[in-house]
Design a protein around this ligand. Structure first.
Ligand code: NAY
Length: 288
């Protein structure tokens, strides 16, 4: 399960329905052109928190059907409605997803016992491995080393998708749990995380910049830090412009520029203005 995973985008039509043909194109582009090791399906980048349970299932179906066994597949099933999370965990396990992942429960400021119960409920319902999805900037949930350790006691919890700029905590987790998988979550910090010996990364910008991300990761693993720093610099020139223009809609426009039918974002996420679309195309021309 090690390696580079794209946090997969989903193509929606103007009404917010899943555009299955477009989604298949995004899957193929990631596998065939970006050559990533796997896909992380229905994460933040997949606009997971803006879609219905039925749409989540539809996306899980289409991605598995298109990807087959070409690459590893991780299904993000976490939801505030725990029944839904359990149902989705069972659904993707039957479909043959290699692992599940679940975001820490958010919004109600759950205490750690409640967070632990949430993960145990999901884990007890399926025969599959789980990767914790930690993204404190969006969830407000900050777990410390001991709390990660408590969750790791369950051997079905095989790792964490660590989307935070806290390299002190990352180093402590790496040192304390050498057998757990750590995936770096911020693409602009991939080199720094790779130096700390993470097992892989999961990123939104890999949809369009996966090849370079893999270079950064592999160069760092080989100890070629100078070269890795140069590729991270070029990557960050790209990421800075994407963030400035609007993260997900800009990645979609870049995909469209590459003839991949990435469609629209779900409301209330806004679409780019014509000026924004032109900017996205210029970003693609200059950096990709
Ligand atoms: C997800 O579930 O899609 C992710 O969390 C992937 C990680 C991304 N985080 C978010 C919130 O989109 O790739 C990162 C991020 O977009 C990138 O580093 C730019 O900041």
């Amino acid at each position: 399960m090690k390696g580079l995973y794209t946090a997969l985008m989903c193509s929606f039509d103007e009404k917010g329905n899943v555009n299955e043909k477009g989604l298949r194109e995004i899957v193929r582009y990631n596998i065939d052109v970006q050559q990533v090791d796997g896909l992380y399906v229905n994460g933040s980048t997949g606009e997971n928190f803006l879609i219905s349970k039925e749409q989540k299932k539809q996306i899980f179906d289409v991605v598995k059907n298109e990807a087959g066994d070409d690459v590893k597949l991780i299904a993000q099933v976490g939801a505030l409605n725990l029944d839904e999370a359990v149902e989705l965990a069972q659904y993707v396990t039957q479909l043959g997803y290699n692992a599940i992942s679940a975001v820490t429960p958010f919004y109600y400021k759950f205490d750690f016992d409640e967070i632990k119960d949430y993960y145990n409920a999901i884990l007890d319902s399926v025969d599959n491995d789980l990767i914790i999805y930690s993204i404190p900037a969006l969830t407000g949930v900050n777990m410390n080393l001991e709390q990660f350790g408590e969750l790791f006691e369950n051997e079905k919890v095989i790792g964490v998708k660590f989307t935070a700029p806290d390299f002190f905590l990352l180093e402590r987790i790496r040192h304390a749990y050498p057998d757990k998988l750590i995936y770096s979550g911020f693409d602009e910090m991939l080199l720094s995380a790779s130096v700390l010996n993470v097992d892989g990364a999961i990123g939104s910008t890999f949809n369009v910049n996966g090849k370079r991300a893999k270079q950064i990761f592999e160069l760092a693993q080989n100890g070629q830090i100078e070269e890795a720093r140069e590729v991270q610099k070029v990557t960050n020139d790209l990421i800075a412009e994407i963030l400035d223009n609007g993260l997900y809609p800009t990645i979609k426009e870049i995909l469209k520029y590459k003839d991949v039918d990435a469609g629209f974002c779900r409301k209330p996420m806004k679409s780019l203005t014509q000026e924004g679309v032109t900017k996205a195309e210029q970003i693609a021309e200059r950096h990709l």
